[in-house]
Design a protein around this ligand. Structure first.
Ligand SMILES: [Zn+2]
Length: 170
């Protein structure tokens, strides 16, 4: 999602937004001309899981744009009021059919100009069986030597996999 998303109308009173600099050194904000409501374009949190079965690291092949057909770590948006850890476990289960428990935080990933902040947990699989959901073409398990590096969807997918492989090689 682009953080510069061009919202035009106030969700409270339907008044028109204008872009205003409210504080020096801060970005322009969308301010309602009518009720003065300030619409902050906050980042969006994504919680992902990296986990391994005896057959390898679990990756999901995307069935939607962007990057349809490319591989990602199972994960998704954190709901408001949900903890990051619960979101990671929920998304991992929804997308793979596997239950998991968090082992540790692998890393967090944010990029200039991007709305999404991605938190990646290293987890252990505790049960379930693999079944792809509607968001994936397939779920597969990859040995370290078989990671499809040129078919990974996002920078974060690549960076988190690299970090995980380096860390677990020690
Ligand atoms: Zn308004």
């Amino acid at each position: 999602m682009n953080p510069k998303s061009n919202y035009k109308f106030c969700p409270l009173c339907r008044g028109a937004f204008e872009k205003k600099k409210l504080v020096r050194h801060e970005p322009q904000r969308l301010v309602c001309r009518e009720c003065k409501f300030i619409f902050y374009l906050d980042p969006k949190l994504v919680a992902c899981t990296i986990a391994e079965t005896s057959r390898g690291i679990v990756l999901q092949r995307r069935n939607k744009e962007p990057k349809r057909g490319c591989w990602v770590l199972p994960g998704g948006f954190v709901d408001r009021g949900e903890t990051l850890e619960e979101a990671a476990k929920r998304e991992f289960f929804e997308e793979t059919g596997l239950t998991s428990t968090i082992n540790c935080l692998l890393g967090n990933y944010s990029y200039p100009g991007e709305a999404n902040i991605i938190i990646v947990y290293q987890s252990d699989i505790t049960g379930g069986s693999i079944r792809p959901c509607h968001e994936s073409m397939s779920i597969d398990e990859f040995k370290r030597g078989d990671i499809p590096w040129d078919r990974l969807a996002f920078d974060t997918t690549k960076n988190a996999l690299k970090r995980y492989i380096e860390k677990t090689a020690l």
